[in-house]
Design a protein around this ligand. Structure first.
Ligand code: SF4
Ligand code: SF4
Length: 225
C-alpha cells in the first residue's frame, strides 16, 4: 500500500514547483499588458488617471474576464472527467468524515443557512473517541496526528448498515451523491475515485496555485481610477 505520508509529502513538493511556475506565468501575462516604455511595478501607488492606474485596472480586468474564466473552465473539465469513474462502495467516506468544525459549530452554521453544514448535520454524528475513528482509517489519522495543529472532528453516518451499504440510498443527500467533489481531497486507495484524483492532481494543483496568486495580486494592487 502506498504510504499516505509519502504521498502527501510528494504532493506538497509538486505544489511548490507548480506554484513557482504559475507565479512566472501570471507575471508574464501581467507584463504583456504593461504600457510600452512604462517603468513601474504593478504593486506601486500611482496617481489617478495615470498610466500606472490604467495598467492596474487592465490587469484586474484580465484576471476577472480572462484568467478566472480559464480556471473555471478547466475546473469544470476536471469535474466532468470524474464521470468516467464510479463509487466502489468501500464505505470509507460514510464511516469517516472529518471537519474542522465541532458538532455545535456545524449546527450553528446550518441554522445560519450553510447548505453543506445543513446536509452534513442531518446525516453525520460525531465519533465518541478519536480511537474509534482511527480504527476506520489508521493511516489517515496518523497523518493528521503528525501534521495538523488545529483540532479536527471525526464523524460517521449511522445510515450505513452492517453490510456497509447505505440504508437510505435513494434519499441520500447531495453531498453523498457528489463525493468527492474536490480533486485535492485525500482519498483512500479503496475509493473508486482514487485514480481520477491521481490523474487530475497536476492540473488541480496548478489551478489552485493560480487562484492563490491572483488573490495575492487582487489584495495588493492599489485600487484607484
Ligand atoms: S446517507 Fe448513505 S451515502 Fe450518505 S453518508 Fe450516510 S450511509 Fe453514506
Ligand atoms: S470512499 Fe469512494 S468508493 Fe468508498 S464509498 Fe466513498 S465514494 Fe465510494
Amino acid at each position: 500500500m502506498t504510504d499516505l505520508n509519502s504521498s502527501i509529502k510528494s504532493m506538497k513538493q509538486k505544489y511548490r514547483e507548480i506554484f513557482l511556475k504559475s507565479v512566472d506565468a501570471i507575471k508574464q501575462r501581467v507584463d504583456e499588458i504593461k504600457p510600452k516604455d512604462f517603468d513601474g511595478d504593478i504593486f506601486d501607488e500611482y496617481e489617478p488617471q495615470s498610466l500606472g492606474t490604467q495598467w492596474q485596472s487592465a490587469v484586474l480586468e484580465m484576471f476577472e474576464d480572462d484568467i478566472c474564466h480559464e480556471i473555471y473552465r478547466k475546473w469544470k473539465e476536471i469535474l466532468d472527467y470524474r464521470k468516467n469513474f464510479e463509487c466502489k462502495g468501500c464505505a470509507t467516506c460514510c464511516n469517516l468524515a472529518c471537519s474542522e468544525f465541532s458538532p455545535e459549530q456545524l449546527r450553528e452554521k446550518a441554522q445560519n443557512g450553510d447548505k453543506f453544514a445543513s446536509q452534513f448535520t442531518k446525516i453525520f454524528i460525531p465519533y465518541k473517541t478519536r480511537e474509534e475513528a482511527r480504527a476506520i482509517y489508521p493511516e489517515y489519522l496518523e497523518l493528521l496526528d503528525g501534521t495538523l495543529e488545529d483540532e479536527v472532528y471525526f464523524y460517521h453516518c449511522p445510515k450505513l448498515n452492517e453490510c456497509k451499504r447505505c440504508s437510505d440510498y435513494e434519499n441520500r443527500p447531495e453531498i453523498c451523491r457528489t463525493f468527492p467533489d474536490n480533486p485535492l481531497s485525500i482519498l483512500p486507495e479503496t475509493c473508486g475515485f482514487y485514480q481520477w484524483r491521481a490523474e487530475v492532481e497536476p492540473v488541480a494543483l496548478m489551478l489552485h496555485s493560480m487562484v492563490e496568486i491572483i488573490d495575492y495580486y487582487k489584495q495588493n494592487i492599489p485600487r484607484k481610477k
